[in-house]
Design a protein around this ligand. Structure first.
Ligand SMILES: [Zn+2]
Length: 281
């Protein structure tokens, strides 16, 4: 039977469906993430994408942009599924960006590894057991990633880089997003080491809130190595002090403020004609 709806009824039905869908998404995030109220998730208005995890979960994004943006910044939480606080901070930052995007087109991916995040218990790797932050195509990946895993991590199953670079749908999605969005900066949120790391061609921020710069080195296949070292797209890697507890709201806001101050002082000056490169859809 064909169901015919008038235009207003059709749009009302669409709105109801999208509200119901948003409710389901936020039920899941609210149940799993620390310090995320249901209303905070709802106000983030996460968007579905073509991105899917190994187990078919959607990878959500949210864009916040003023009419005219000078910079494009990609913020990623939950590359490691058991670092729950990283996804929480990304959702809090969406609210802060909505209040004042400040000449920046922000694209947020709060939970890149939803299979790891929603696994019980949550786990670092994706559903194929791959550490997504070792799965990016750094030069010499074939030679270095597996031998690093075998010798330096002693085959730690939490750090398995996969069979080949970009073998996983989640890392493929992020890799494509980087090409589509062409960010001037990537901010990758992790936990629980309580430091700030940086890879890129300009002077790093010295601190974000209570986190101080401590450049710990690079790993074969990591996002910082791939984007920051080899693609010259600066990567700020935030290591929150706890994977299960978020910083207090005032600290989340201070980190955001410090990031924006560094962007204004250093990133804008080092980014020639930042608004000119078009975004590919
Ligand atoms: Zn991590």
């Amino acid at each position: 039977m064909r169901l015919l709806l008038s235009k207003p009824t059709f749009y009302a039905a669409l709105l109801l469906a999208s509200n119901a869908w948003a409710a389901r998404v936020c039920d899941e995030f609210y149940a799993r993430l620390p310090n995320v109220k249901w209303a905070l998730c709802e106000s983030a208005q996460l968007q579905d994408t073509a991105g899917r995890s190994v187990q078919g979960r959607p990878i959500y994004t949210r864009d916040v942009a003023p009419a005219k943006a000078r910079l494009r910044v990609l913020v990623i939480g939950g590359i490691h599924g058991d670092e729950l606080s990283s996804a929480s901070v990304a959702l809090h930052w969406i609210a802060l960006a909505q209040a004042d995007p400040s000449q920046t087109h922000w694209r947020f991916i709060p939970a890149l590894n939803p299979d790891g995040l929603f696994n019980k218990p949550a786990r670092r790797v994706n559903a194929n057991g791959v550490d997504l932050n070792r799965n990016f195509p750094t030069p010499n990946w074939d030679r270095e990633a597996l031998s690093y895993w075998e010798k330096r991590t002693r085959k730690d199953p939490r750090r398995w880089p996969g069979q080949k670079p970009l073998s996983e749908p989640e890392s493929q999605f992020l890799h494509e997003e980087m090409k589509r969005f062409a960010p001037n900066l990537i901010v990758s949120i992790h936990a629980p080491y309580g430091v700030l790391d940086f890879d890129g061609p300009m002077a790093p921020p010295s601190r974000l809130g209570r986190l101080y710069l401590d450049q710990v080195g690079i790993f074969p296949g990591s996002l910082g190595n791939f984007a920051g070292v080899h693609k010259s797209t600066p990567v700020v890697t935030i290591e929150l002090p706890s994977a299960l507890l978020t910083p207090r709201d005032v600290e989340i806001a201070r980190m955001w403020q410090d990031l924006r101050q560094w962007m204004g002082e250093t990133l804008v000056a080092s980014t020639p004609n930042p608004a000119e490169a078009p975004i590919r859809r």
